[in-house]
Design a protein around this ligand. Structure first.
Ligand code: RB5
Length: 146
């Protein structure tokens, strides 16, 4: 499975850690930057990651800033993106099962790297339950389409 990852400066170390460890799990990772730790604006990197999904380069995205909130707000501005900020493994389970989330956002200043890795693994390995949840996700799509 091909996934994308991007961060701002506050999420940079966690991005590097997840990239290395998710590769070991067999995921193919596209890094949308930044390449080095420098002060950047999270909307720019949220957009790069999200565009990877919209261009079908990747299946899922992981976006990391200090809190995960800024990345989440930006990602959810794009049609077709359902971004979920997860702080627990159970958040990740339900974001996939119920919401068919395609972007995981994480707070690099809020959670430890081992927990973040477990959240990411749960997110990437959990399927959408469909059924009644498809009806609800379809309503989100209808709202997006105006
Ligand atoms: C950067 O200082 C910080 O504001 C950013 O990483 C993020 O937490 C915003 O939501």
């Amino acid at each position: 499975m091909k996934i994308g990852i991007a961060s701002d400066h506050a999420g940079f170390e966690l991005k590097e850690y997840l990239k290395e460890n998710l590769k070991k799990e067999g995921y193919e990772i596209i890094d949308y930057g930044p390449e080095i730790k420098k002060v950047v604006d999270y909307p720019d990197y949220a957009e790069k990651g999200v565009k990877g999904i919209l261009n079908k380069e990747i299946e899922f995205g992981i976006l990391i800033c200090g809190t995960g909130i800024g990345m989440d707000i930006v990602a959810n501005k794009f049609k077709g993106i359902r971004a979920a900020r997860c702080c627990t493994i159970y958040d990740a389970t339900l974001a996939r099962q119920h919401n068919d989330a395609n972007v995981l956002t994480l707070g690099g200043r809020l959670i430890g790297k081992e927990l973040a890795l477990e959240i990411a693994k749960e997110f990437l390995s959990t399927s959408f339950t469909k059924g009644r949840h498809s009806r609800r996700v379809n309503k989100i799509k209808k709202i997006e389409n105006g």
